[in-house]
Design a protein around this ligand. Structure first.
Ligand code: ZN
Length: 452
């Protein structure tokens, strides 16, 4: 049992001070307000529920910065993808684990306490399955265990190179499974992640372009519970290709052909018409926004204002991990809307509401739903996942209440993070992960040999 005393905390009911929290087995067992500090470990500062990161490919952290040089033919998502395929073609299981440990460490230092890893790198460098088909799922789980981040593991189904049964290219050979192979992989991933006491395993059809309708149907039929994630409508070309293949836009096709509901997270969903947007909101699925990556890749701008007005649910993910920051993702989401609309404070839902508060609480709820975890609130029965901001940080020191969130998201960012606690265990102190030195040294060695 860990007995904590929080100076200030964001509860579901609002801001509270002098909060006593008892944690046992990783879960919050009791909460009391206006408590006394005696006999308790004090968390000085401003304690927030930790934010879930609903979408990542951890290995891509290793190629961050390697695709920022102008090429000969105009750069796009598709030229970036070529760089990504070349990079991942070299990775050994040890490399995958070292990069995942570094990325998840940075997630914790950046204010994320749980992760949905959309894991599509399955096979060896020559495209052949490892002796254990879930070898690389096991490496992701080992990295999560090392850093302490909560893990929702999403083994990815990838059956084709493009819409209409296009054969996979060489760069995709490490991803490909037929549906029977995929069932073995999911089973293997469950075993590989089983040693983590709170791991969740879901499924992830990669995208409508990468799975056949038949494989999608069979994967869904076999998944009676747990999260379902897929990439969708990230790129205009993907929308056009989907229309050419089916006569429908991607989200319209999905809503017509799959039982989309609360278990689903539609990652990106950047290019929606109004009917798709309202359909997605009405399905209670989560829009998995990755604003920093979407900006980096030039994907386009999600129509956040209309979606939130329709009651849509959202969360944020670090996706390519080009920059890892929970506050940064929320800031970029709001800023993209401001630039598009030439207006300010557009994602707050009512007059007088703090934009930071609206963004943070929205992403907590949507993120927790997408990860299928009891996280996202400081409440009895929830995992004790907390981010403690430094109340003495110059950007926060003179403030209180929702202004702390505004200053965290729009001013200080992750520099304001003092401690991070996952399942009741402190993993970050004074902004640094406890294993930072060892994980960073291993990562540096890994990158040196990959880029040699
Ligand atoms: Zn992605």
């Amino acid at each position: 049992m860990r007995k904590l005393f929080l100076d200030h905390a964001l509860l579901r009911t609002g801001w509270a001070r002098d909060v006593a929290i008892d944690v046992e087995g990783g879960t919050i067992r009791a909460i009391r307000m206006q408590a006394l500090p005696e006999g308790r470990e004090r968390l000085a500062g401003i304690t927030l529920p930790g934010l879930p990161n609903l979408h990542s490919h951890t290995f891509q952290r290793g190629m961050a910065g390697l695709a920022e040089t102008r090429g000969p033919q105009g750069d796009s998502f598709w030229t970036w993808r070529q760089v990504m395929y070349r990079f991942l073609g070299q990775l050994t299981p040890d490399d995958v684990e070292a990069i995942a440990a570094f990325a998840t460490m940075e997630m914790l230092e950046g204010g994320f306490t749980a992760l949905a890893e959309f894991h599509y790198l399955h096979h060896d460098r020559d495209g052949r399955p490892f002796a254990d088909v879930a070898e690389l799922s096991g490496r992701i789980a080992a990295a999560a265990d090392e850093t302490g981040i909560g893990l929702t593991l999403l083994p990815v189904l990838y059956t084709q190179g493009g819409f209409g049964g296009v054969a996979p290219n060489e760069g995709q050979r490490r991803f490909i499974n037929d549906i029977e192979g995929y069932f073995r992989l999911v089973e293997g991933a469950r075993k590989a992640a089983g040693f983590l006491d709170d791991a969740v395993v879901g499924i992830a059809p990669h995208s409508l372009r990468a799975v056949t309708p038949d494989a999608l149907e069979r994967a869904l039929a076999a998944a009676s519970e747990g999260p379902i994630h897929l990439h969708i409508a990230e790129q205009v070309k993907e929308v056009e290709d989907c229309i050419a293949w089916s006569g429908q836009r991607p989200v319209a096709w999905l809503l017509d052909h799959a039982p989309v509901d609360k278990r689903w997270c539609l990652v990106h969903a950047t290019h929606l018409d109004s009917a798709e947007m309202h359909g997605l909101a009405a399905a209670d699925a989560v829009a998995g926004l990755c604003p920093i990556t979407e900006a980096n890749l030039g994907d386009g701008i999600f129509e956040g204002v209309e979606f939130l007005a329709a009651g849509g649910r959202f969360g944020v993910g670090s996706d390519s991990n080009i920059e890892i920051s929970a506050a940064g993702e929320l800031k970029q989401f709001e800023y993209s809307q401001r630039l598009k609309r030439r207006a300010r404070n557009v994602l707050a839902q009512r007059d007088g509401e703090s934009t930071g508060r609206a963004l943070y609480t929205g992403a907590l709820a949507g993120g927790a739903q997408a990860l299928g975890r009891h996280v996202g609130a400081l409440e009895v029965g929830y995992r004790a996942d907390m981010v403690v901001l430094d109340a003495a940080h110059p950007a926060l020191a003179a403030l209180s209440g929702d202004r702390w969130l505004d200053a965290y998201i729009f001013v200080a960012g992750k520099a304001a993070i003092d401690q991070v606690i996952v399942a009741g265990q402190t993993v970050v102190t004074e902004g640094r992960h406890h294993k930072r030195d060892a994980i960073t040294a291993r990562y540096a060695g890994t990158m040196a040999h990959i880029l040699a």
